[in-house]
Design a protein around this ligand. Structure first.
Ligand code: GAR
Length: 211
């Protein structure tokens, strides 16, 4: 059984895709053991409560400095004893200590085809604004392991999404979520839970023979 802790900041639609994926059996052999939000008002916390999942808020506002917040965040993850940590729209700089402790055991979903429109400053709607400003015809989403860089870790899955005439950042964001994020995040977790994902020399290898 793969125990996952999910970190969120906002609406939690990717968290919902994980909850639904587990309930429908699309994500095999997996249990969401805890949801952690940095934002007390995140609707994701409501989604966790509705699904009966242990959920808590660890907000930087409740701590004197970043170091104290980072410690509390690491503690909140450790307490849940997860096999895997999933950053599902978690818009916080991840403490290096957490990254070192959970090497190749933290997964992030990013709303573009990495290495386009990623790195510092590219998060949420800003990613789609930048894609439209550049005039790309194809964008998409990426699921990757987290290393100490920003959006630089080994790529697990990507899915392209067409940009359409008349797209606004909000319309494009919704299409990328529906067509890519809510599909490849559950698929990636299922692959990991099935023991099919390995990191070799900094790249992900997926074993399609197993299971
Ligand atoms: C998602 O689009 C996710 O890819 C993005 O934030 C949104 C969260 O939505 N994450 C990043 O930009 C990380 N750099 P959600 O709360 O509805 O899942």
């Amino acid at each position: 059984m793969l125990k996952i802790a999910v970190c969120v900041s906002g609406g939690g639609t990717n968290l919902q895709a994980l909850i639904d994926g587990v309930n429908k059996g699309l994500i095999a052999n997996t249990r969401i053991v805890r949801v952690i939000s940095n934002n007390r008002n995140a609707y994701a916390l409501e989604r966790a409560a509705q699904a009966g999942i242990d959920a808590l808020c660890v907000s930087p506002r409740d701590f004197d400095d970043r170091e104290q917040f980072n410690k509390a965040l690491v503690r909140a993850v450790d307490e849940a004893e997860p096999d895997l940590v999933v950053l599902a729209g978690f818009l916080v700089v991840i403490p290096p200590e957490l990254i070192r402790k959970y090497e190749n055991r933290i997964v992030n979903i990013h709303p573009s085809l990495i290495p386009s429109f990623c790195g510092t400053g590219y998060y949420g709607l800003k990613v789609h604004e930048a894609a439209l400003a550049r005039g790309v015809k194809v964008t998409g989403a990426t699921v990757h392991f987290v290393d100490e860089g920003t959006d630089t870790g080994p790529i697990i899955m990507q899915k392209p999404v067409a940009v359409q005439a008349g797209d606004t950042p909000e319309i494009l964001q919704r299409r990328v979520m529906e067509e890519a994020e809510w599909v490849i995040l559950p698929q990636s977790i299922n692959l990991i839970a099935s023991g099919k994902v390995q990191v070799v020399d900094g790249h992900v290898e997926i074993d399609s023979r197993k299971g």
